[in-house]
Every structure is written in structure tokens, then in C-alpha cells.
Design a protein around this ligand. Structure first.
Ligand SMILES: [Zn+2]
Length: 702
């Protein structure tokens, strides 16, 4: 091991020399290099030469790290659109640039100092096997990283699955470890994400994220806070967002890691920006990340960087400072969550860790404005909450310092994640309990896309500072609902607010509408699965018996059940109809006056072809019985309709009742005979129309 370090140190020296030789354009032999080496190592990091950054320099180094001085902060507004500002100390700007960017910068005629690239300040200790990484005091080779990620999944298949977000430009994988109970399904839970090292040379967070995944998986079930978190949230961890930058020198080392991707683009200036929109030259890695972000609904995100120690909150594209300020409406909440992280670090680290800026936190734009950053993309375009966390002053720290940084940040990692279990949350559904993707706006509060949305399960989370709020829930094709007096007691409280939205399209869902014919009667039956604001149903029958349906008669009204999610059944009888075809429809009417028609159904009253007098029922009877008969569609001199007489006689032929004596059309009829004033015995009933006569016997048993 010692031997390897010594060799590495030699390599390191040689590399530095090589870099500067190219930079200086001194085409010296090996002898000259040796002479220069002592001199150069003494200088180490700052050498001023403004004219030697030629094409070859960028071929060798991909990007340049440099510093220069500004006289006024307003100069940054132009600079941030040209180069990638990394840090600001007073009036000293630290920045990166690829060749194109640097040529633009040169036109501004600043005097600059080229600095040793942060990815080349040390020879980091590497390990190429998963076991070797597991002490967490060494950087993994690319292959060891990939192996470790998939080992998490194979060791904990119920808790962890690896999502392959796709390849980088050079074909390296952008992986996400998803950790949750029931990890194979998306439950009604908040989605959370940690992602690290979008700047390929800022890699403290890379190893710490791997260790965090391991820690969550190994302590689940024994540590109650971790168990609670994993059970109730869906945690996504992306340890390495820019693998081509980190492994710029090859898969076996992170030495020579670059900020940019393979095309030397700063990916953290490449995302859709609230002011400038989609970046015109969007990189593959940016697209990969966006695809994951846009297929999910991450409520809370943090991205890890290095180079300083601070928690940076929204906005990055606007400052919250006078005179051109724009506050995020949730600035108080952002400051709370940022302090939660930074203060917890301060409590678990040496006294100078994460104490700069405003006690360890800063507004992004107040530090320096950037455009195209990942943080504002999440905050503005994905309605999530994302902060940028810088966790080590040195971008590429010696591997031996990684465990200490784990100790500084471990509790902060957990506390920040636990914030997704707080705030106002719930499920938005329709009246049948199906999830609804709704927009949730805090009235008199939300601006600049600060509202949130529910996800595919209907789950939403709105993290808020303590207070009393009115929340508006809206979705296309649903009535908007506003819930007042939603109380957030403290930053630590959870307010559950489930909301049922009522559809404007199908206020009453008719699941069936059928007819049945019994003699001359049509019975309509229909059923609803759900009703909203339902006054009732007007029953309409086609005026004509043919298929023309322009005119309808209103033949009845059945009251609805108002609003219900219970199944309801309804029935209506249209009685004593002539033979023929009938069309029916329902006009469903809401209390607010709106209405909608059902489909049209048909019913046929069949014309009898025989003159029939049926046996009465019941028989024997006491005191009443039903007599049914059919009048056929006969043609007679009297026309289609004939006088129909139905009379009852006793056994010796005395007429005791006339049940029918009227003109009746063809059809099926029934009549009730009540014999309560008659004595027991045998009676006859006789049906007579035209020349036809039918007689049947019945028995009254008093
Ligand atoms: Zn960074």
C-alpha cells in the first residue's frame, strides 16, 4: 500500500510537470523537466499566464480552472452566462471554462490566474473490489461502483432496486438506488432524491451516498427512525450524476476528474432555467436525469457538491437581495430546512465545519447567480424542493478523510430525508377513490411555480412553514375545491388532508339502463355507480313508434340520491301501452340545472295474434283475483278498436259484475275482480268482443 502511494506521488509529480510544460509551451527534454519540477511543485497551484491556454491545453486538460478579480458584483451577471462560476470570495471569482467558454471570457480582458485543476491536486486512493470499498475510506473504481450498486439490489431485493437511468456520452451508467419497503411498487408515499457529483470532480458526496445506501439497508428493521423513513418514503439515491467527468482519466481512477461531462459542459448549467428555458445544447446526461425526474414526482431533493461548505437554497437564477430581488414564497421553509442540515453538521463536526456564509446557509442568487442549474429546474419545472449542499472545502479530498465527512453529515442526511414525512400531505381521489393528478395551490402564497402536484397514486406533499393556509385543489374535468384553515402547527408536524374531487364530466355514472316487457307494460331499470349533485331522472319516451326520435314525451320523474358513491338502482313502469316499438331515454338532471341524456333503449309490446282469456289467478281466490286477456289485432267493420265486455256470472247465470265495457285496442290486459260481497261458490267470467266469446270458470272460497 505504501509503495503504491509512493508511486502515485511520483505519477502526480510527473503529471503536474507535464501539464505545465504544455501550458508554458516549453518543449523541453526530460532533463529540463527535472529542473523545472522542484520549481513547479513549490508554486503548486497558482501561476499567471494569460496567453498560453491554447488548443493543446484544452486537449490535455479539457477545461481550465482559474481565478480573477472583479470590481463590481454586477459584472457577474454577464460572466455567469459565459463561464461556470465555482465560487466567490469577496471580489475574487473562481471559475471553470471549456475552450469555447474561455475564448469568450478572454474577450472581456480580465487578468486571470490559472489554477491547478481540483481533480489533480492529489492521487486518490482507489479500490477495485466491493469489499475494499466497504470500509468507506477509499474511492471505488467505476467497475467496483457498478458492482456495489447491483449488489445492494441482490442482497436486499425487498428494500432496494436499481434503476438504470441510461448511459452517459461514453456509455457509463447513470444509476439510482431506490429504497423503500415494497420497493417494486410505487405506493402513496413521498418520493425523495439525493444525487451527487453532477460536477464530476466534486466527489466526497459520491462515496458518502454509497455509504448512505448501505447504512439505510443494513439498519432497516433495527433503527426505528430509518425503518420509519424507509417504510413511509420512496428514497432515490444517485451517487454519481456525471460518471464521465469523474472517471475522465479512465475507469480505474478518479484522479483527473473534471467538472464538465465528456463534452466539457457543466451539467449544472445545462438544465431548463426559469428565465432562459431549455438549454439549447442539452447534454445526454441532462436528458437522462430529466427523464427520471419527469417520470416521477420528487417532493424533496438535494444535490451534493464540493469546493466549499454551505447549504444553498432557491433561487439560483434570482437573488433575494436588494435591488433586483425575488424571494421564493417558501423562503422561510427553505431557510429552516437548510439550517436543519447545516446546524446538524455543526453539532457533529469540528467547530469550523459548515459555518461560513450565513451560518452555513445561503440564498443561491445572493451568493452568485447561475442559470441552468439542477436545483432551480426541480424547484421551478418539477414543483419539487431542491437545495444544493456543498460538503467539503476540497473537491477531491484524500480518501482517508471520507469517514470523517460521513460523521459530519450522517445525521443531517437522515434529518433532511425525514422532512418528507412532515408538512401537509394526503391523497387526491375522485368520488370512486381513483387517484387524481391535481394541482395544489396555497392561496395568497404560491408564485413562480411553487405549487405542487399529486402523483400517479394521488399522493401529494406540500411542505410549509408554520401557519394557517387555504389550499386549492384543481384538476382538468373536476370541480375545484378549496380547503380553508389548514393548520401547520410546526415545521415538525404532519397534517393529513385527503381530498375527493368531483368530476365535471360524468357527475352521474350510469352503469346500466335496460327495459323489460310484461304484457302491455314496459319496466325500465337503471343503475348508477356514483352520483354527484344528482336531482333525478326525467323519463322520456319517443313520441313516434318508429325510429325517428326528434320528439319526446315526458312520462315521469324519479328523484336521484344527490351525491353518493354507493351503487343505486332505479325502476319505472310505463303501463298499458298499445302494441308497438317504444324508445326511452333518461334525462339526468343536476341540482345546478345541468343535465345529460342517457343512451336510447327500445322496448317492443308484441301485438297478440289470438283472442285469449287466461285462467284467473289465484284460483280458488278470496276475495280478489286477476283476470288476464288479449285482444288480437283484428280487422273488423268497426275498425281496429272493438268494444270489449268482460262480465262475471254466478252458477245459475245471473250477472254479478261488469269488469270491462269499453273500446280497447289490440293488446294484453289484466283486470282485478274483487268478490268480497259475494258468497262462496262457482262463478263464470265471459269475455266478448264483436262476435267472439270466451268463458272460464273460477271458484270463490270465503
Ligand atoms: Zn459543484
Amino acid at each position: 500500500m505504501i509503495t503504491r502511494i509512493k508511486i502515485n506521488l511520483l505519477n502526480f509529480t510527473a503529471t503536474i510537470i507535464t501539464d505545465y510544460v504544455y501550458s508554458l509551451h516549453i518543449h523541453a527534454g526530460a532533463f529540463m523537466k527535472k529542473i523545472f519540477s522542484v520549481f513547479l511543485i513549490l508554486l503548486l497551484s497558482s501561476i499567471t499566464f494569460s496567453q498560453i491556454l491554447d488548443e493543446q491545453y484544452f486537449k490535455d486538460n479539457h477545461e481550465v480552472y482559474f481565478k480573477f478579480t472583479i470590481t463590481d458584483r454586477t459584472e457577474l451577471n454577464t460572466l455567469t452566462r459565459i463561464i461556470s462560476i465555482d465560487n466567490l470570495e469577496g471580489n475574487i471569482v473562481y471559475a471553470y471554462a471549456n475552450e469555447t467558454e474561455f475564448r469568450e471570457f478572454e474577450k472581456l480582458n480580465y487578468t486571470y490566474t490559472v489554477l491547478t485543476h481540483p481533480g489533480k491536486l492529489i492521487q486518490p486512493e482507489m479500490s477495485s473490489d466491493v469489499k475494499g470499498i466497504s470500509a468507506w475510506d477509499v474511492y471505488p473504481t467505476y467497475d467496483a461502483y457498478i458492482a456495489m450498486m447491483y449488489q445492494f439490489q441482490s442482497t436486499y431485493p425487498n428494500l432496494c432496486r436499481i434503476v438504470d437511468g441510461g448511459n452517459s456520452i461514453q456509455g457509463r451508467k447513470i444509476l439510482f438506488a431506490v429504497i423503500s419497503d415494497n420497493v417494486t411498487q410505487h405506493e402513496t408515499e413521498p418520493q425523495f432524491m439525493y444525487t451527487s457529483s453532477i460536477h464530476g470532480d466534486e466527489i466526497t458526496g459520491y462515496v458518502l451516498m454509497l455509504r448512505l445506501i448501505d447504512s439505510l439497508l443494513t439498519t432497516y428493521g433495527t433503527d426505528s427512525r430509518i425503518t420509519q423513513l424507509v417504510n413511509n418514503a420512496e428514497i432515490w439515491i444517485n451517487p454519481l450524476a456525471n460518471p464521465d467527468g469523474t472517471y475522465r482519466s479512465g475507469n480505474s481512477t478518479v484522479y483527473g476528474a473534471t467538472r464538465g461531462n465528456y463534452n466539457n459542459y457543466d451539467l449544472n448549467r445545462n438544465f431548463p432555467d426559469p428565465i432562459y428555458g431549455v438549454y439549447p445544447d442539452q447534454q445526454i446526461e441532462t436528458g437522462r436525469f430529466r427523464a427520471i425526474a419527469e417520470a416521477n414526482n420528487f417532493a424533496l431533493v438535494a444535490n451534493f457538491h464540493g469546493g466549499t461548505e454551505v447549504v444553498n437554497y432557491a433561487w439560483d437564477t434570482w437573488t433575494n437581495e436588494y435591488p433586483d430581488y425575488k424571494h421564493h414564497p417558501d423562503e422561510a421553509w427553505y431557510q429552516y430546512i437548510s439550517h436543519l442540515y447545516a446546524d446538524t453538521c455543526q453539532a457533529n463536526a469540528p467547530s469550523n465545519y459548515m459555518t461560513g456564509y450565513d451560518d452555513g446557509i445561503t440564498n443561491g442568487g445572493a451568493w452568485y447567480i447561475i442559470n441552468g442549474g439542477r436545483q432551480d429546474y426541480t424547484n421551478y419545472y418539477r414543483w419539487g424542493r431542491e437545495v444544493t449542499i456543498e460538503i467539503s472545502d476540497t473537491k477531491l479530498i484524500p480518501a482517508a478523510q471520507l469517514p470523517a465527512h460521513w460523521n459530519y453529515n450522517r445525521k443531517s442526511f437522515i434529518k433532511y430525508m425525514e422532512a418528507v414525512l412532515k408538512g401537509v400531505n394526503g391523497v387526491v381521489t375522485d368520488t370512486l377513490g381513483n387517484p387524481v393528478k391535481a394541482k395544489i395551490t396555497v392561496l395568497n402564497h404560491d408564485v413562480d411555480n411553487s405549487e405542487v402536484y399529486s402523483d400517479s397514486t394521488g399522493f401529494y406533499l406540500r411542505m410549509l412553514a408554520p401557519g394557517t393556509y387555504s389550499l386549492k385543489f384543481e384538476a382538468p374535468d373536476y370541480y375545484t375545491q378549496t380547503i380553508n384553515n389548514v393548520v401547520v402547527g410546526s415545521y415538525n408536524s404532519q397534517t393529513v388532508l385527503n381530498v375527493e374531487l368531483v368530476s365535471t364530466i360524468i357527475p352521474v355514472e350510469l352503469v346500466s339502463f335496460t327495459s323489460s316487457v310484461n304484457d302491455n307494460n314496459v319496466t325500465l331499470n337503471w343503475m348508477t355507480a356514483t352520483e354527484t349533485n344528482n336531482m333525478g331522472f326525467q323519463i322520456e319516451r319517443g313520441k313516434t313508434k318508429d325510429a325517428r326520435r326528434e320528439e319526446w314525451d315526458i312520462i315521469g320523474f324519479i328523484n336521484g340520491k344527490g351525491t353518493t358513491t354507493e351503487t343505486q338502482t332505479y325502476s319505472f313502469s310505463d303501463e298499458n301501452l298499445d302494441a308497438g316499438n317504444y324508445q326511452y331515454r333518461l334525462k339526468q338532471m343536476d341540482f345546478d340545472g345541468s343535465y345529460s341524456y342517457s343512451n336510447i333503449i327500445e322496448a317492443e309490446i308484441v301485438s297478440p295474434n289470438k283472442f285469449i282469456l287466461e285462467q284467473n289467478y289465484p284460483n280458488p281466490f278470496n276475495p280478489s283475483t286477476i283476470i288476464k286477456y288479449s285482444i288480437p289485432n283484428v280487422i273488423s267493420t268497426e275498425g281496429r278498436n272493438l268494444n270489449v265486455i268482460l262480465k262475471v256470472y254466478d252458477i245459475i247465470g245471473n250477472e254479478v259484475a261488469t269488469l270491462v265495457n269499453e273500446v280497447q285496442s289490440s293488446g294484453n290486459y289484466e283486470v282485478e275482480f274483487n268478490a268480497e260481497n259475494l258468497s262462496s261458490g262457482i262463478y263464470f267470467y265471459e269475455l266478448k268482443t264483436g262476435s267472439l266469446i270466451l268463458t272460464k270458470k273460477m271458484i270463490l272460497l270465503q
